[in-house]
Design a protein around this ligand. Structure first.
Ligand code: NDP
Length: 316
C-alpha cells in the first residue's frame, strides 16, 4: 500500500515514516526543506520505498501530486508551539487551518480512502469546565474564547484546524479520523529540537528556572506514531483518539526527572508559590488501548529520550 505523510521531517512524522517503512508501506513524505530531511533517507527501507516531495501548507493544490494514488494520508504538518510568537494568525493559525483544508481538498480530489489527521490534546482539554478529577474524553472540545483570554494561540490553531477538518470531511464525504496526542516525548530521529524535547532539555540542564502552573498529559513518540498506523488500518477506528499515557503537573514532571537524574542541575520552581497548583485530571486513552496500544510508561519514555538527547549533544 502507498501512503502519504505530510510534514515528514518532523519529530512525530519521522517516527511514523520509520514504522510505516518497517510495516512494508510505500511512503511519500512531503517536506518543506530537503536539507532537514536527510535523516529520512537513511531509514531502513527508505532507498526503495520512500519518496520525498516538496510541499508547503499555504500553497493551494500543492499536495495534489503527493496524495495522488495513495491509499491513505497522514496529515501531521502544522506549526508546533514555540516561545516566540509575535503574530499568532500568520505563524500558527493560518498554516494550521488553511494548511489542513488545503491538504484535505487534495485528498478529496484524489478520493483518498482514509485520512488520519494529527490533532492534539490542545484541541480537547483547554476549557474552564475542566476541574479537579475531571475525566476528559473525546467528546470534550477546547474553548477558543478561554484560549484567547489566556493567549494560548497554539491551542486555538489546533482547535480551529480540527473543527474545520471535521466540517470539510462531512461536507465532502471524506473518511477521516484524528489522533489527539498529549505532550509527545521520546528519542529523536531528526537532528533539531522540537518544543517538547526542548522543555525536557531545559529542565535537566537547569535553564528552566520556574515552571508553569500547568497539568498536561505526556506520551511516548513511538506510541503516537503507532496510534496513527493502527487507526489507519482499523476500518472501525473512527472519530477522535486521545493519545496520552499520564497527566502530570509540571511539579510532578520535575519530581520524576529529579529522581531519574539526581546529578543534573535541575532547579525549576513554581513560577508563583502563592497560587494553588492546577489540579490533575484524567485523559481517557481507552479508545487507543482497545486498538492495541500498550502505552509505554512515561518514566521509560523520559529515559529513552534523555539517552537520545545525549547522543545529539543537547545534554552532557
Ligand atoms: P515538528 O515541529 O517536529 O513538526 C512539525 C512539522 O510541520 C514539520 O515537518 C514542519 O516542517 C511542518 N510544517 C510546519 N509549518 C509548515 C508549513 N507552513 N508548510 C509545510 N510544513 C510545515 O513537531 P511535531 O512532530 O511535534 O508535530 C507534528 C504534529 O503533531 C503537529 O501537527 C503538532 O501540532 C502535533 N502535536 C505535537 C505534539 C508534541 O508534543 N510534539 C503534541 C500534540 C500534537 P519543517 O520541518 O519544514 O519545519
Amino acid at each position: 500500500k502507498t501512503v502519504c505523510v505530510t510534514g515528514a521531517s518532523g519529530f512525530i512524522a519521522s517516527w511514523l515514516v520509520k514504522l510505516l517503512l518497517e510495516r512494508g508501506y510505500t511512503v511519500r513524505g512531503t517536506v518543506r526543506n530537503p536539507e532537514k530531511s536527510k535523516h529520512l533517507l537513511q531509514l531502513p527501507g527508505a532507498s526503495d520505498n520512500l519518496k520525498l516531495v516538496a510541499a508547503n501548507l499555504l500553497e493551494q493544490g500543492g499536495f495534489d501530486e503527493a496524495v495522488q494514488g495513495c491509499d491513505g494520508v497522514f496529515h501531521t504538518a502544522s506549526p508546533y508551539f514555540t516561545k516566540n510568537v509575535t503574530d499568532p494568525q500568520a505563524q500558527l493559525i493560518d498554516p494550521a487551518v488553511k494548511g489542513t483544508l488545503n491538504v484535505l481538498a487534495s485528498c478529496a480530489r484524489a478520493q483518498t480512502k482514509k485520512v488520519v489527521l494529527t490533532s492534539s490534546v490542545a484541541a480537547v482539554a483547554f476549557t474552564p469546565k475542566r476541574t479537579a478529577g475531571s475525566f476528559v474524553d473525546e467528546s470534550w472540545w477546547t474553548d477558543v474564547d478561554y484560549c484567547e483570554e489566556n493567549k494560548l494561540w497554539y491551542n486555538i490553531s489546533k482547535t480551529l484546524a480540527e473543527k474545520a477538518a471535521w466540517d470539510f470531511a462531512k461536507e465532502n464525504g471524506l473518511n477521516m479520523a484524528t489522533i489527539n496526542p498529549a505532550m509527545v516525548i521520546g528519542p529523536v530521529l531528526q537532528d533539531s529540537k522540537n518544543t517538547s524535547s526542548e522543555i525536557i532539555v531545559d529542565i535537566l540542564n537547569g535553564t528552566m528556572k520556574t515552571f508553569p502552573n500547568v497539568s498536561i498529559g505526556w506520551v511516548g513518540v513511538k506510541d503516537v506514531a503507532m496510534a496513527h498506523i493502527l487507526v489507519f488500518e482499523s476500518a472501525h477506528a473512527t472519530g477522535r483518539h486521545i493519545c496520552s499515557e499520564r497527566v502530570l503537573h509540571y511539579a510532578d514532571l520535575i519530581a520524576i526527572l529529579s529522581k531519574l537524574y539526581p546529578t543534573y542541575p535541575i532547579c525549576a520552581k513554581d513560577a508563583d508559590e502563592t497560587i494553588a497548583r492546577v489540579p490533575i485530571f484524567t485523559l481517557s486513552n481507552q479508545k487507543l488501548k482497545e486498538l492495541g496500544i500498550n502505552f509505554q510508561p512515561i518514566e521509560d519514555v523520559f529515559q529513552e529520550a534523555v539517552t537520545s538527547f545525549k547522543e545529539c549533544g543537547w545534554l552532557a
